[in-house]
Design a protein around this ligand. Structure first.
Ligand SMILES: NC(=O)CC[C@H](N)C(=O)O
Length: 397
């Protein structure tokens, strides 16, 4: 069983670490030390390669149901603060790190990551060679896994493995209800007010709301099960679908609502899960990637300009679209569609643009926190789409 060595001799001033084990569904086991809360947790094991931004990763609702492995070896050194939360809580199902920082050193830090994991009940494991686990997932594909510590560490190897193998797969899961707001929450526009924006909250991040508000939208974050009537009731100038956890193939009702939005002619922008649901509304399928994209240095080309952006990603599914530079017809009759962005590592579709209706989306994160801001122009593109649409509607009157 591959593992990093435990300290050989316990020092009297350092608490003796409790053992923990990471068990993959293929039967591989990695021994480590309990980190954060102790007990048992199950989820899809995914690796994130960002060298910064662990707080933003942990609080990104798109990670619900997933055990996150950080390839960055040293985690927790800047502690936790109130400003970098992407949502109100930590969403990961479990956390796998190599070397947790023993001290917290940042002027903004108000608590340690370890304390936060304990107080919020997130079961983690440290002392793991996270890059070795990552290589395994890269070669074998995404897997279900479990972390067992505390009394759960005493279960036999075969008991632990069968618990992992009986756990739920990510494919087919609709997790939107777990992460969404229950009531409309409003963030006022910053600067000149463009109008109300209806944001369907499938797991929206704070940075996205801030970026939209800065473009002049009064941002109404609406529950994930909002109907078309509830969306149009706020008199929106446009509609936005957020990022979020789960399998886009399992979000039928949100796809139907989006078709209603497109039929109304309302301008639309979607990010990540929102891109996948636009794809489905236009009549395309989604599929599961072998191990997903999660990091902050993915090269993506914007086909309309030829410009390459370095971008932040967090997705395990993608849209299947014809691999052609030419526009193709939407199978659902929404006119021509163009694959607007492509990942240069693996040619995965990273953006869609409808040419005959005011709708576009990207699979990656223009709000990038942490991460480069190369793609931040997409929020301007959305604002311009909305103002152009407003001008065209006025001209037609
Ligand atoms: N960040 C997201 O919106 C992720 C979308 C979807 N859950 C996926 O894994 O592909």
């Amino acid at each position: 069983m591959p593992s990093l060595p435990l300290p050989q001799k316990a020092r009297s001033d350092v608490p003796v670490p409790s053992p923990a084990v990471l068990v993959l569904e293929d039967g591989t086991r990695y021994a480590g030390r309990a980190y954060g809360a102790q007990g048992r947790t199950l989820g899809e094991l995914v690796f994130a390669t960002g060298m910064t931004g662990y707080q933003e990763t942990l609080t990104d609702p798109s990670y619900a149901g997933q055990i996150v492995i950080q390839t960055a070896p040293h985690i927790g050194n800047t502690g936790m603060n109130d400003e970098d939360m992407e949502s109100r809580i930590i969403w990961v199902a479990g956390y796998v790190v190599r070397d947790p920082s023993r001290i917290v050193s940042n002027h903004r830090s108000i608590r340690s990551l370890d304390d936060e994991l304990v107080s919020t009940g997130i079961v983690g494991i440290s002392g793991i060679d996270t890059r070795a686990v990552t290589r395994r997932i890269r070669d074998q594909g995404a897997m279900r896994a479990g972390i067992f510590s505390g009394d759960q560490a005493a279960l036999s190897d075969s008991e632990q493995l069968s618990i992992v193998r009986e756990s739920v797969e990510m494919a087919g899961q609709n997790l939107s209800a777990q992460v969404s707001v229950l009531e409309d929450t409003v963030t006022p526009a910053v600067g000149d007010r463009l109008g109300n924006l209806a944001v369907l909250d499938l797991g929206v991040k704070r940075s996205t709301v801030d970026n939209l508000a800065k473009r002049g939208f009064e941002v109404h974050v609406l529950p994930q099960d909002s109907t078309l009537e509830q969306i149009t009731a706020i008199d929106p100038v446009a509609v936005f679908y957020s990022n979020g956890p789960g399998d886009p193939a399992a979000s039928e009702s949100q796809v139907q609502v989006l078709r209603g939005v497109l039929d109304e002619g309302l301008p639309f922008f979607g990010i990540c899960f929102g891109n996948q649901l636009l794809g489905r509304a236009l009549g395309l399928d989604t599929y599961k990637l072998p191990f997903g994209h999660r990091g902050i240095n993915q090269p993506v080309v914007d086909k309309s300009t030829g410009r390459v952006e370095i971008t932040a990603h967090n997705h395990g599914f993608a849209v299947r679209a014809p691999t052609t530079d030419e526009p193709f017809d939407s199978p659902n009759g929404y006119g021509r569609v163009q694959v607007s962005h492509v990942d240069l590592n693996d040619d995965v579709v990273e953006g869609l643009s409808a040419l005959d209706i005011p709708a576009f989306s990207v699979q990656y994160h223009p709000e990038a926190a942490a991460g480069p801001h190369d793609a931040n122009y997409l929020f301007d593109r959305f604002r311009d789409l909305v103002t152009d649409h407003q001008n065209e509607t006025k001209d037609a009157e």
